[in-house]
Design a protein. Structure first.
Length: 450
């Protein structure tokens, strides 16, 4: 059976509203990225979209996938293209059979809405039913091949968009990319793939680095430009019922500087604060920096970097000299927009992240931290405590701790990191409880051993 996260089903209507909003973005939204991606797809190439975590790649792709004029504007006016979105956040079990089954289900969904003969749609749907009945991995892959072949035979060019593809890194085996390449070869390379990840595929899957060098073109998605941020900002303020002064708007744009997760959090915080009076960028910055959600977002960005990249980014934040050798070993920072050049001088893209870097460095040097629980940590602990000895699945944790993340979702890293913090602080407090990990399921609170 295909397992879809319960929280995703509960959020279906909200997400449909989001998609409608993104479909209404002007065709000029993320125009540079749309042109580049469209050209790759026109040539039937595969693409790896790479960007810092939660920078807005999914937002861009939802726009690209559903805007009615995208295909004829940026891809082709002569051929019929079918965009098939496979969001790996929908996978509860990050294993290969659920991945291939989800992929086939999304092909069925897309084909159902395409201009195809009714008999062809029926054939593709039957392939999915046979797959879930058999639970056979090789049959699932072969049925995907048959489904894609049926689309190509009907003069439809399918592109599979694998969102958050790096979630599969722990399920990888050597034949995984061979199967993807085999599906493409079987269609005479008429099938294209678009993968999204915060690292390039050859870094996520180093065992197949050689073949991946020619498998997918790298395309970096950096923080959004101001005109693109304006589109997202106006959609969010309308949804949240916010009316902000021009000075506050400018301050928000300056401090988030193109990161859509920072933007959404900033607007949520302002909505929660109600009639709070803000006049300057400094006041906006201090308000956001005092919120634990902003700190956690900054921490996730920091933890996504290698030690070399962290060292170089910290030097940039401290306005220290960055050598050519530093640039080479930490080029990812420039490619993804962590570091932005202004008049030849590198700068951390957001004051929110820059402040976190300096504060984190200061705390590390002092080697001291408080053992009390923060608000999010307390919410998690109370949830686990109320279900003492019982497993709390990730969906339940998200609903209890992050109800405001209905549109962007919560990363596995954020959940694991919060649990790790609570676990450490319970030990420091000499609590009688400990947090136990139940693999593939979630977490539970139990009496500490010994």
């Amino acid at each position: 059976m295909l397992h879809i996260a319960k929280s995703k089903r509960l959020l279906y209507n909200t997400l449909m509203d989001v998609r409608v909003t993104e479909a209404a973005y002007p065709l000029t939204f993320r125009q540079e990225e749309s042109k580049k991606l469209g050209e790759y797809l026109k040539q039937r190439q595969c693409v790896n979209l790479i960007g810092m975590k939660r920078v807005g790649i999914s937002n861009f792709l939802r726009f690209f996938l559903i805007h009615t004029d995208i295909s004829k504007t940026y891809v082709s006016t002569k051929q019929q293209h079918l965009f098939i979105s496979v969001d790996l956040n929908d996978l509860v079990e990050r294993e290969l059979f659920p991945f291939w089954t989800l992929t086939l289900k999304r092909i069925v969904d897309a084909a159902d809405g395409a201009k195809l003969p009714a008999e062809t749609k029926k054939q593709i749907s039957a392939l999915f039913l046979r797959t879930i009945q058999s639970r056979d991995l090789f049959l699932a892959i072969d049925n995907i091949r048959l489904a894609l072949s049926l689309l190509v035979k009907n003069d439809i060019l399918p592109t599979l968009f694998f969102l958050r593809f790096d979630r599969l890194k722990d399920a990888f085996n050597p034949s995984f990319f061979d199967n993807l390449e085999g599906l493409r070869d079987a269609s005479d390379e008429q099938v294209s793939y678009v993968f999204t990840s915060y690292r390039s595929l050859d870094v996520v899957f180093p065992a197949v680095k050689t073949s991946l060098s020619v498998f997918a073109q790298h395309m970096y998605v950096r923080p959004a430009k101001s005109e693109d941020m304006r589109c997202v900002y106006e959609a969010y303020t309308k949804r949240y019922g916010l009316s902000l002064s021009e000075s506050v708007e400018e301050a928000i744009f300056s401090v988030v500087n193109g990161n859509l997760q920072y933007l959404q959090l900033a607007l949520i915080i302002l909505k929660e604060k109600g009639d709070i009076s803000l006049a300057t960028e400094s006041e906006v910055l201090q308000l956001l920096l005092s919120d634990e959600r902003i700190v956690l977002e900054s921490e996730e960005l920091w933890e996504s970097l290698s030690p070399d990249e962290q060292a170089v980014l910290l030097r940039v934040a401290k306005k220290q000299t960055v050598t050519e050798a530093d640039h080479v070993k930490a080029v990812y920072l420039w490619e993804t927009g962590f570091v932005q050049e202004h008049d030849g001088v590198g700068k951390v893209f957001s004051p929110l992240l820059a402040h976190y870097l300096l504060s984190h460095d200061e705390q590390t040097n002092r080697k001291s931290h408080a053992a009390h629980l923060t608000r999010k940590e307390h919410l998690l602990f109370k949830l686990l405590e109320s279900h003492l000895g019982e497993i709390c699945e990730r969906d339940k944790i998200i609903e209890a701790v992050w109800p405001e993340y209905s549109e962007f979702g919560v990363s596995d890293w954020a959940i694991d990191r919060l649990v790790a913090r609570v676990r450490v602080k319970l030990r420091e407090q000499e609590s009688p409880y400990e947090v136990v990990t139940v693999r593939t399921r979630g977490y539970k609170l139990a009496m500490a051993k010994g």
